[in-house]
Design a protein around this ligand. Sequence first.
Ligand code: ZN
Length: 376
Amino acid sequence: MAPFRGNNLLRIFVTLPLLPLAAAGWAASSAGAAPAHSANQATTTQTSGTESPLPVFEMHSGFWVNLHHFLYLQARLLKGNSSSKEAGRGAAQPDELPVSLIDFPEADIRAWQDAVAFYSKDLAGRDLLLNGDMEIINNQLSAMETCPDLEGKTTQLCKSGLRQDLVEALERAAPVYRAHWWAQQDRANREWIAQVAPMIQKMGVELSGQLADVYQRPWPSERLRVDVVWYGGPFGAYTSLDPIHVTISSHDPRNRGVYGFEVLFHESSHILAGAVTAAIAREFRARDKPIPRDFWHALLFYTTGEIVRRDVEYGSMTLTYEQSSGPSGYLPYAARFGLYSGSWERFRGLLDLYWLPYLDGRVSFDTAMARLADAL
Ligand SMILES: [Zn+2]
């Protein structure tokens, strides 16, 4: 069973952009918002000028997006997880207590609690993705990465345009976060980037081409913006499409080692899913059958997992973490973390039967889709 091979055209397409240094490899974290020692650390841990920039992705560890997600987490933890019971396939309950504020200066405690209370009121109950506002907040704060404030006090470029009460909450919390947690979380983000970087260097272009071929959609010509955050929501990662923006947690234990690499490409494959969802709709409509809920998403997990599994099997990737190995080599993310249960168990069996032959190059995309629709 040979690994799936894509055509060279796409390979060239994704390799072409050679980037200005500022945008190359991983971007520095917010210069204005980071403490001095963190900025120094950035120069030592970043890709140096002699190394090639990372292909496919542009990695960031940004102050404001990290603060935003951390406040979101703290507010959810404060709600005692009762009203914010994590739901959905692959959702994980945060496995921690709210941060301790013992021995903090009184003013810091008040500022932090005010900001968490603001998030608790409304934002903490929202999904990070299935809510236009949360996407806009994430995208805006990501763009504000190098801004010392969000109100344009230093430059108009740093005027976030976000609602005033949110800006106030974030700015109130910022000095406390910077003093107590940011350095450690920024370090964790950078370590996570350093861990996946060699895999991306080695296999990123190849894998992006393979996925583009499988999904019959071109991989985006620009490198994909990835914000690495300490907390990334109950699923450990999410992707918004307009603009394309991947957010992924460095702290989620599921995102370690090769799994972090697989998650990055699973998230990216959401960008390419259009032909799959269109084909599923077409085939099921033609048979007058209801479209099985989330079947397309199971197919995405299955596909990335299978391609990464083959890369591991063929020695293109090395398993570096104990959780990555099993008796039969790499166990893809969805299998490893229990996503194939209930209806997804059946999906997996049918994907083995009718989608795998397509990944092997033995049947066409349309044939595979038609057979799946017949069987489901
Ligand atoms: Zn997904």
